[in-house]
Design a binder for this molecule. Sequence first.
Ligand SMILES: [Mg+2]
Length: 225
Amino acid sequence: MIRLVLFDIDGTLIRSGGAGVHAFAEAFAEVFQAPQATSAMKFAGRTDFSLAREGMKALGLDPKEEDFKRFFSSYTFFLGERLKDRPGSVCVGVPEFLLGLAQLRNPPVLGLLTGNIRLGAELKLRHYGLWEHFVFGAYADDHEDRNFIAVKAHERGREHLGPSLAGREILVIGDTPHDITCGRAIGARVLAVATGGHTIEELTACQPDLVVEDLTKISADEACA
Ligand SMILES: [Mg+2]
């Protein structure tokens, strides 16, 4: 039985209409005078820290903690602005699926497992009215590598549900091969959704336990069985 469900954010719960990518570019422009720094970057499934590091290294910098602080302070300002004017949305089926989880006989705890920094995650999910659903999260602030963010999510799950919480009692839901890999890293079940940039075929090739076009195609019951 699934006792903890961990959701990815971008492409899984919401699509920010490019707000995140735009805010990254604007932060590079403001902090490093390098508006083109993000043009060759692949964002999906990546962690914010690894993306910021990649961008700074491409500019010939050897990023220090202070650089990350300045960068993310600028990023979260622009993210708040772009969320207001970019045409994003909650992913198809998400509200119904969350309701279905809450209505299960033994509702699982809901958490976040995301490559967003914590404040970025909160800004995005508050904007779309979803933040209050999640009891805790593991974020890019916890580790630069998504597989270790998953380990942190499992640790926090144990704090909430008890030390016996096993990987197989956790369901990870995400839209990229990175989500599938990090779910595997903690022995979790993985439900892949094709609501981000990846197709059903691409996700199937990474062998998740379940894969669906969107969350209208599976009930909370089936996902947590
Ligand atoms: Mg995603």
